[in-house]
Design a protein around this ligand. Sequence first.
Ligand code: FAD
Length: 278
Amino acid sequence: MLRNAVGEHFMPEYHPQSDLAPRDIVARAVLSEMRRDQRGYVELDFSSIPLERFLSRFPGIVAELRRQGFDIYRERVPVAPAAHYAMGGIGTDGRCRTDLPGLLAVGECSCLGIHGANRLASNSMLEGLVFGLRAASIAPALPRLSYEQLGVAAELAPPPVRCAPTALRAELQSIMQTCAGMEREEKSLREALDRVRAWVAQIATLPTSSREEAEAANMVTVANLVLTAALARTESRGAHFRSDFPEAYNAWRRHIALRADASGAATAKLVPVENPLG
Ligand SMILES: Cc1cc2nc3c(=O)[nH]c(=O)nc-3n(C[C@H](O)[C@H](O)[C@H](O)COP(=O)(O)OP(=O)(O)OC[C@H]3O[C@@H](n4cnc5c(N)ncnc54)[C@H](O)[C@@H]3O)c2cc1C
């Protein structure tokens, strides 16, 4: 169970399911306790779990914690929320096909409709196993088209960034964590979007010279899309929590489809949510 700086088991104050509440609720509760305690972490207390059960179910976690110097039955382990998945991604037709003939998208890079506004444990396993199989079964029949035949050579080449990739990456991570993290609101989302769009504008036609530059440019693209969607969605739903719009609205039971033009500007369209397994 999670405990704050004075050792209180705080989750029952936030949700009837206590530590087993949905993960966005737990994450925001942790953030709130961290702010109140002015500490960068809360503590995970393993003492109520039988040792054999934990060892047999989570041997990897126990081994890693030992490697880090923690004895989980003598001490609590400091923990803090972290970004560990993206929701949404490249649009597909439910059979992994994208708008580009011959290009399939599967896994975390794709939007397959498996997870909702939050991810549940094993959503990504379903994405990988079920849709991986679907993709593999249709892949042999796909047309083998060159970039020239598709007419998309310029768009597919990773755009370069006229900026040191390491510095850009660190600043981008900090901006996204602060402005598009567990709590979002219009003012900081707009500020972040202005900064990121300045980078989008810097993305020039020079050839990319390194993997780091290509990755940094792709991160700018993804950040632009995440911020645009977060600003457009004037409600709170799952992991998207807007402190200026804290409720969920039925009218927003929609996906946001974003399409970027050559300048990097993204236009948004609302699309109905469909059952991808149907
Ligand atoms: C701590 C943690 C907890 C998580 N919990 C959950 C959860 O509860 N539920 C959930 O749904 N998701 C969860 N996730 C997210 C989930 O793990 C990922 O969504 C999933 O692993 C992504 O799988 P993937 O195969 O799409 O991508 P990856 O696992 O990232 O695989 C991509 C592969 O492509 C390779 N690659 C990259 N670039 C190239 C290239 N240029 N050429 C060739 N190969 C390349 C990489 O080396 C890698 O092997 C969690 C993630 C973390 C870190």
